[in-house]
Design a protein around this ligand. Structure first.
Ligand code: IDP
Ligand code: MG
Length: 154
């Protein structure tokens, strides 16, 4: 099963959107196999956003992501990396499709409520930044696991 790293960013936590966003992920049928609340340290933030170092918005991005707690998650599902990006919507909320998390909840690209990995490599890299292997709970069946098992193609 594919895996991605998702984070509800500080604006999402402060606005009380944790439940709403987790509900969307669960309703999609994705399986949450890791979850924690933490306030990213400067070190964690710089690791997470290393690819953006040197860009004009980098200092603001680091200030934003360290400005309060985030809810970090590891999410599993079929083609989940692409699927989560689709549910999140474009980086700029006003370009995002209505119904996506960013279109529905965010106003600016600076404060766009949710993060999701953009490739298999970034997913693994980001999961390793936020989670130790023993912090993941993989050994249980979600309802979706039973549904997949009952499908002819499984
Ligand atoms: P993504 O989150 O959709 O993958 P990236 O381009 O990887 O978008 O940018 C990472 C994060 O940096 C964005 O989600 C947003 O919070 C912030 N960001 C991106 N571009 C800008 C910008 O031009 N100004 C301010 N913040 C930005
Ligand atoms: Mg990105």
């Amino acid at each position: 099963m594919d895996r991605t790293f998702v984070a509800i960013k500080p604006d999402g936590v402060k606005r009380g959107l944790i439940g709403n966003i987790i509900r969307r992920i669960e309703h999609k049928g994705y399986k949450i196999v890791g979850m924690k609340m933490l306030q990213p340290t400067l070190e964690i933030a710089e690791k997470h956003y290393a690819e953006h170092k040197g860009k004009p918005f980098y200092p603001e991005l680091i200030n934003y992501i360290t400005s309060g707690p985030i809810v970090a998650m590891v999410v599993e599902g079929k083609n989940v990396i692409e699927g989560m990006r689709h549910m999140m919507g474009s980086t700029v909320p006003n370009d995002a499709q209505v119904g996506t998390i960013r279109a529905d909840f965010a106003q600016t690209k600076e404060c766009n409520t949710i993060h999701g990995s953009d490739s298999c490599e970034s997913a693994q890299r980001e999961i390793d930044i936020y989670f130790k292997p023993e912090e993941l709970c993989r050994d249980w069946k979600s309802m979706m696991d039973y549904v997949w098992e009952s499908m002819p193609s499984e």
